[in-house]
Design a protein around this ligand. Structure first.
Ligand SMILES: Nc1nc2c(ncn2[C@@H]2O[C@H](COP(=O)(O)OP(=O)(O)OP(=O)(O)O)[C@@H](O)[C@H]2O)c(=O)[nH]1
Ligand SMILES: [Mg+2]
Length: 338
């Protein structure tokens, strides 16, 4: 389908939304993100058309992912970094992926108050975590929100995620540079190494260096040492470890210089585009996997067979492989039926 046809299919209100996003109106951007977050099928279809129309206008920002344990100082650091960037006349969008917030509702208020200074800047846009999502979960809508922010002309899009579970990997899979924040506690670094997240990090940051500069520096050295034993994220990049204090601002400018250096390296080697292409295709497959799974569960024949077979597998009467084959063949019959 060509672009002209796609444009034709945009309803007036969606065309206005597209124009509003391109005109960098915060309200239009917020509305477009809300549409993308909706689980209603008609909203989903509209969001797809809006996103397709905006896609040629995406790709222009630096996409930064920030992860770290709860309380590591992510939001405070993003506020300090955001204000630093806004001070350099850059437009900054901040998105959050927090799977726990849909349960507790906790971090949303926290982030709004924690980033109050940045929130006041007309050059910033802050969007708390969505409360749910369809195929790919919370992270799906965040990826789409990221593209929408790009279409709205933000120079930097920062995605904050809390360092638990799959959200961390999902965020690493949607950004150009992935940053791990670490408290300067002995042992905390070992946790991150165990979780395997250090291997995903392009930059590691030891936070709250104002509290105990010596401890922060020891943590930096330990992490740098540990990193020499891990495979680097790219043959052209060795993950640097920095110390920062979001409270005093020490290290924030140096951190951004590392992000710029990473971008220049990745652009020069072609890795940035390769990474983005890989991420887009991975993302498609994530959505296909999720879509197949939900279609499978909704399929009438599967719904008939699933409870009994689940019991049989649990009781050891049917092998998992035989049960899976039978359930999957339920799907084939439907397809053969037309
Ligand atoms: N002294 C000092 N305290 C800091 C610094 N950065 C953050 N804090 C404090 O550490 C606490 C946690 O900071 P947040 O920025 O909310 O941490 P977070 O990682 O976003 O936390 P969650 O979103 O709950 O996972 C807050 O009380 C901050 O004021 C820093 O650079 N120095
Ligand atoms: Mg936070």
């Amino acid at each position: 389908m060509d672009d002209a046809q796609d444009e034709d299919r945009l309803e007036d209100r969606d065309r206005r939304l597209v124009e509003g996003v391109l005109a960098r109106r915060p309200r239009a951007l917020a509305q477009a993100i809300t549409l993308a977050e909706s689980t209603r099928d008609d909203h989903r279809a509209r969001a797809d058309r809006v996103l397709d129309a905006l896609l040629p206008h995406t790709g222009g920002s630096i996409r930064v992912g920030i992860t770290g344990a709860p309380g590591a100082g992510k939001s405070t650091f993003i506020e300090a970094l955001g204000l630093h960037l806004v001070g350099q006349s850059r437009r900054v969008a901040v998105l959050a992926v927090d799977p726990s917030s849909s349960v507790s509702g906790g971090s949303i208020l926290g982030d709004k108050t924690r980033m109050a200074g940045l929130a006041q800047s007309p050059a910033s846009f802050i969007r708390p975590s969505p409360s749910g999502g369809s195929l790919g979960g919370v992270a799906e809508t965040t990826r789409e929100a990221l593209l929408l922010c790009e279409a709205a002309g933000f120079d930097v899009v920062i995605v904050e995620t809390v360092g638990v579970g799959q959200s961390e990997t999902a965020v690493a899979g949607m950004v150009d540079v992935f940053v791990l924040l670490q408290l300067p506690n002995a042992g905390d670094d070992l946790q991150a190494i165990k979780r395997g997240v250090v291997e995903l990090a392009d930059i590691v940051v030891v936070t709250k260096s104002d509290l105990d500069p010596d401890a922060a520096d020891r943590a930096r050295q330990q992490l740098a040492g540990a990193l020499t034993m891990l495979r680097p994220p790219s043959p052209h990049w060795r993950t640097p470890v920095l110390t920062v204090s979001a409270t005093t601002g020490a290290g924030v400018a140096e951190f951004w210089a590392e992000v710029e250096r990473h971008r220049e390296t990745a652009e020069a080697t072609g890795e940035r585009d390769a990474r983005r292409r890989r991420q887009a295709v991975d993302w498609m497959w994530t959505l296909i996997d999720g879509g197949l799974r939900s279609r499978f569960r909704r399929h009438p024949r599967v719904r008939d067979d699933l409870p009994g077979l689940t019991r049989d597998v649990g009781a050891g009467r049917v092998s998992p492989a035989a049960a899976a084959r039978r359930l999957l063949s339920d799907l084939d019959e439907r397809m053969a039926d037309g």
